[in-house]
Design a protein around this ligand. Structure first.
Ligand code: MG
Length: 248
């Protein structure tokens, strides 16, 4: 069942989203070569808790940290720890906050120091694919209108659009109906209604869209070992179109 949010619920989700957006801004300014992914996770957790929220991901289905931190060929769900970030890495940081009863969820891929032009382009195209997709985030449009736009844009650069993981509805639960794929067919899928809140999150691979999950049960990597990038925001469908709740 898709839960429609009232205006006052969307305001609370905006407050939650600003904490998530702030945590990502802190991550962006803190990331540097020599830092461990565990140190980055601690900074993010402290930021979220200091704003009166709690990290949505901590202990979610047993996830052991506050942020998912995914380096290079890791697509999503990387577990922070002792891995040291190196100049030239790209690092995807996925953060959720739970505040006043509502979750927010957002992700960015950042460059660690100087990265190759190819890596920069992947990061930029992944971000832009989100903004292409949400051009269809209006009441009366359909989920396939979002997914097909994300897919067409990313594939025009020869990139692979991850199929096995998708965006989602969000609210009192971190993952609600509906699934929000980053691929699809125009005019197909669930019709968007005012008050729906969704996390749109393209995961775009430099090469094949195929993936595998490592033996830790979380870390998902590209099957060909090439780079992957992630860009996500929580948004509300309003009568005027998408209101992005996790941009600060
Ligand atoms: Mg998400």
């Amino acid at each position: 069942m898709i839960l429609i949010k009232s205006d006052s619920e969307i305001e609370l989700m905006y407050e939650s989203g600003q904490i998530t957006g702030g945590a990502l801004a802190l991550a962006e300014e803190s990331i540097r070569p020599g830092m461990t992914t565990g140190e980055l996770d601690s900074l993010i957790e402290k930021y979220i808790r200091s704003h009166g929220a709690r990290p949505s991901f901590k202990n979610y289905n047993g996830f052991p940290a506050s942020a998912c931190i995914s380096v290079n060929e890791v697509i999503v769900h990387g577990i922070p720890g002792s891995r040291v970030l190196k100049e030239g890495d790209i690092v995807s940081v996925d953060v959720g906050s739970y505040y006043k009863g509502y979750h927010s969820d957002a992700a960015r891929t950042f460059a660690v120091g100087n990265v190759t032009d190819e890596a920069k382009k992947l990061i930029e195209v992944t971000k832009q694919s989100f903004f292409e997709g949400i051009k269809a985030a209006y009441p009366g449009m359909r989920l396939g209108d979002i997914g097909s736009r994300v897919q067409a844009y990313a594939e025009s650069f020869g990139y692979g659009v991850v199929r096995d993981m998708v965006g989602h509805g969000i609210g009192r639960a971190l993952h609600e109906a509906p699934d929000v794929p980053n691929f699809g067919t125009e005019g197909r899928g669930i019709r968007l209604l005012e008050g729906m809140c969704i996390a749109v999150e393209p995961m775009i691979n430099e090469g094949t869209y195929e993936l595998k999950t490592l033996s830790d049960g979380w870390t998902t990597v590209t099957l060909d070992g090439k780079l992957s990038a992630h860009y996500e925001n929580t948004l509300a469908i309003t009568k005027d179109g998408p209101r992005i709740l996790t941009l600060i």
